[in-house]
Design a protein around this ligand. Structure first.
Ligand code: NI
Length: 146
């Protein structure tokens, strides 16, 4: 499909050393694949900052289910945003705490709004949204394994 093109990059020695340390820590076998992943990551970030861009995301929430009215508020909000929530996974972590993972899909601004609304609920101990894009696969997500 896509063709590999070789380029030369001038880079400070110290910056390259830091980069090598980083890619070593992340178990890359060569710099090229690490460069490609960095570029893809940056392109996806660029794409997903556009409010009207279609994105997918996962939202992870940890909360104490004993917290007053939290369960009701969580369910209420999830029904309000049902069009953006594809799936949810619930794990009872221990006696008090629950973990919930929501798969979100839709416009980037809507996905962020859903995440913000849920994370900011009183009683939610920690929440984290991870956004990616399935679009523009050619430039962004086509991994070359060679
Ligand atoms: Ni639970």
């Amino acid at each position: 499909m896509s063709q590999l093109v070789r380029i030369g990059v001038a880079i400070d020695r110290s910056l390259l050393e830091s980069f090598d340390t980083l890619i070593d820590r992340h178990k890359y076998t060569n710099r090229s694949e690490a460069f490609r992943d960095l570029i893809r990551d940056r392109l996806i970030k660029e794409t997903t900052t556009r409010p009207d861009q279609q994105v997918v995301g996962t939202l992870t929430l940890v909360y104490d289910h004993h917290h007053r009215q939290l369960n009701d508020r969580l369910v209420e909000l999830q029904h309000d945003f049902h069009h953006a929530i594809v799936s949810t996974l619930h794990v009872h972590l221990d006696h008090d705490n629950c973990l919930e993972v929501l798969v979100l899909q839709g416009r980037a601004d809507v996905v962020r709004r859903v995440a913000d609304a849920l994370i900011s609920l009183r009683g939610v101990l920690h929440g984290q949204l991870s956004i990616t894009a399935a679009a523009s696969a050619d430039e962004v997500s086509s991994h070359q394994h060679r």
